[in-house]
Ligand binder design. Structure first.
Ligand SMILES: CC(C)(COP(=O)(O)OP(=O)(O)OC[C@H]1O[C@@H](n2cnc3c(N)ncnc32)[C@H](O)[C@@H]1OP(=O)(O)O)[C@@H](O)C(=O)NCCC(=O)NCCS
Length: 102
């Protein structure tokens, strides 16, 4: 969680640790742990102040200590902001999903 000096919550990150890496080719040992960030949110009034980046740095550091070696983040494809943000933080596009109503 990210808070102002006054204790107001202005952002948060939620992640789950997976026992086995879901990223296919990145797995080299069966006991490798990976993290999936399921939610990252910064209050619209506070965006552009490096809060999202700080939340990700803290999340990465915490999960590294837990033994995680990779982070996977699934985003809604049209969310252009998220693409730009994660690319800026050094993430690479790895997967895509096509869907069709049947
Ligand atoms: C995506 C989100 C978390 C970014 O938070 P933020 O606090 O505004 O981002 P930061 O200020 O930490 O930005 C970190 C860096 O990424 C860059 N960045 C942010 N958005 C960007 C974008 N759309 N395109 C390119 N770069 C971007 C910033 O310029 C900054 O780089 P800099 O330090 O060199 O200037 C925020 O916009 C948000 O909560 N969006 C709604 C929820 C969402 O889409 N979550 C992600 C999906 S899980």
């Amino acid at each position: 969680m990210a808070e102002t000096m006054e204790g107001k919550v202005v952002g948060f990150s939620v992640a789950k640790i997976l026992k086995k890496d879901r990223l296919g080719k990145l797995v080299s040992k069966s006991d490798i742990k990976s993290e999936e960030v399921t939610s990252l949110y910064v209050d619209a009034h506070y965006r552009g102040n490096n809060i999202g980046a700080m939340l990700m740095v803290k999340t990465e550091s915490f999960l590294k200590k837990q033994g995680c070696m990779h982070i996977g983040i699934r985003i809604f494809w049209p969310n252009k902001n998220a693409h730009g943000f994660y690319k800026k933080l050094g993430y690479e596009l790895y997967n895509a999903t096509y869907i069709k109503e049947i």
